[in-house]
Write a protein that binds this ligand. Structure first.
Ligand SMILES: *Cc1c(COP(=O)(O)O)cnc(C)c1O
Length: 387
């Protein structure tokens, strides 16, 4: 077993630049579930992309710097973090764009079925896009909580998050996939709040499609490109709606009609945002570098942080996140009277969290750079303010 298989919380802290607290010290940064802190390697990779690639190489960079292959190269790296064998993940565009494409591609895998089932408490963009895709495809949109969904013979697609963005509740993906597959439906999972903070086993769970964000726990930087996964068993018939030229089998032939690239390459859309991609390229080394712990270790450290936070909270605190490890994601949410005001007051004390309407404060436990002291400080400051 490698020596770092049970990493301490904060195991890679020196590899990050943390935002400053008002007193000039490093902030207690618990907003990594919203925007991950900056890995030093992301900055280095970004500067190298600007100076040594774009400036020095110019257009030849598409081949000579490997830019063209980057969406799938990074896809395989992200894939390894979500239990996907190579060749099933593409990186590019935003989560919202990937969701739109994945919802329609999923519906097209089940022609003749009439219902799209989506989490009623899903992240807003997931809800809004499900409604638009339902109108566009003629599917009826039904909403339910992920643990209460009852897919039936009419269900084409079941769309769920791995972790609730507000409450931090972790859903039982194995049970969701089993129920959906028994009914003959396909499952689309949004991994935005799971990737990089816990192991995910997409292939082993038999998930059909997934999307996710890389600027939260993967620390890719603001607006870092998202990823999409499609299980290999669907590739031959996969019919994505956004038929951009870079998903063509032979993009530079510039042919009349769109011929899909083999495999997951057809999920590529337009010219990839190379600067953002190369920043992510640097950031991923936190998770797949030679000294990186595996995600089981990262998960254990994140749960330990959550436990330290929960233990240091006053008994009266209204914690909405399940305390059981198997039902908890990477963040803990506390219901308070004035979430916005408390969020601002915590920031003045050097504790960065976020508020979600109407009354939740979210504390994100990104184990690479958050320490047990940070978790206790946040609980103590919150308790002091609430009193
Ligand atoms: C963060 C998040 C998104 C973000 O979508 P963008 O297109 O990157 O703004 C989408 N869905 C979920 C579940 C998220 O947590």
């Amino acid at each position: 077993m490698p020596s770092n298989s049970s990493p301490e919380p904060g195991f890679a802290r020196t590899d990050f630049v943390l935002p400053r607290a008002p007193d000039g010290s490093d902030a207690v940064y618990l907003a990594g579930n919203s925007l991950g802190a900056q890995p030093r390697a992301a900055r280095t990779a970004l500067l190298a992309a600007v100076d040594e690639q774009w400036a020095a190489v110019g257009v030849a960079g598409w081949e000579d710097c490997g830019w063209w292959a980057t969406p799938q190269r990074l896809g395989d790296r992200v894939g390894a973090l979500v239990g996907a064998a190579p060749g099933q993940v593409v990186v590019g565009d935003s989560t919202s764009v990937q969701l739109f494409g994945a919802l329609i591609a999923a519906a097209r895998l089940r022609p003749g079925r009439s219902v799209l089932v989506s989490d009623g408490g899903h992240f807003p963009t997931d809800r809004y896009l499900a409604a638009s895709v339902a109108r566009l495809t003629g599917l009826e949109l039904r909403t339910a909580s992920p643990d209460a969904m009852v897919p039936d013979a009419d269900t084409a697609v079941v769309a769920v998050p791995a972790v609730d963005f507000r409450t931090g509740e972790r859903w039982d993906l194995a049970a969701i996939v089993e129920r959906a597959h028994e009914a003959g439906a396909v499952v689309l999972v949004d991994l935005s709040h799971a990737v990089g903070v816990m192991p995910v086993a997409l292939d082993a769970l038999d998930v059909d499609l997934a999307v996710g964000c890389t600027y939260k726990y993967l620390n890719g930087g603001p607006g870092a490109p998202a990823f999409a996964y499609v299980a290999a068993r669907h590739h031959d018939v996969l019919d994505p709606p956004l038929t951009g030229w870079t998903g063509h089998a032979d993009p530079f032939a510039m042919t009349e009609a769109w011929t899909p690239a083999p495999g997951v390459g057809r999920l590529r859309i337009g010219t990839p945002p190379m600067l953002s991609m190369l920043a992510l390229d640097g950031a991923l080394g936190v998770f797949d570098g030679p000294d990186s712990p595996d995600l089981a270790g990262v998960r254990a450290a994140s749960l330990a942080l959550g436990d330290a936070f929960l233990e240091a909270l006053p008994d009266a605190a209204d914690v909405v996140t399940p305390r059981a490890h198997e039902r908890r994601g990477g963040h803990v949410a506390v219901r308070v009277r004035d979430a916005e005001g408390l969020c601002a007051a915590l920031a003045r004390r050097g504790v960065v969290v976020d508020a979600r309407p109407p009354d939740l404060l979210r504390f994100g436990f990104a184990a690479p750079y958050v320490t047990v002291d940070d978790a206790r400080t946040a609980a103590r400051e919150l308790a002091g303010l609430v009193q």
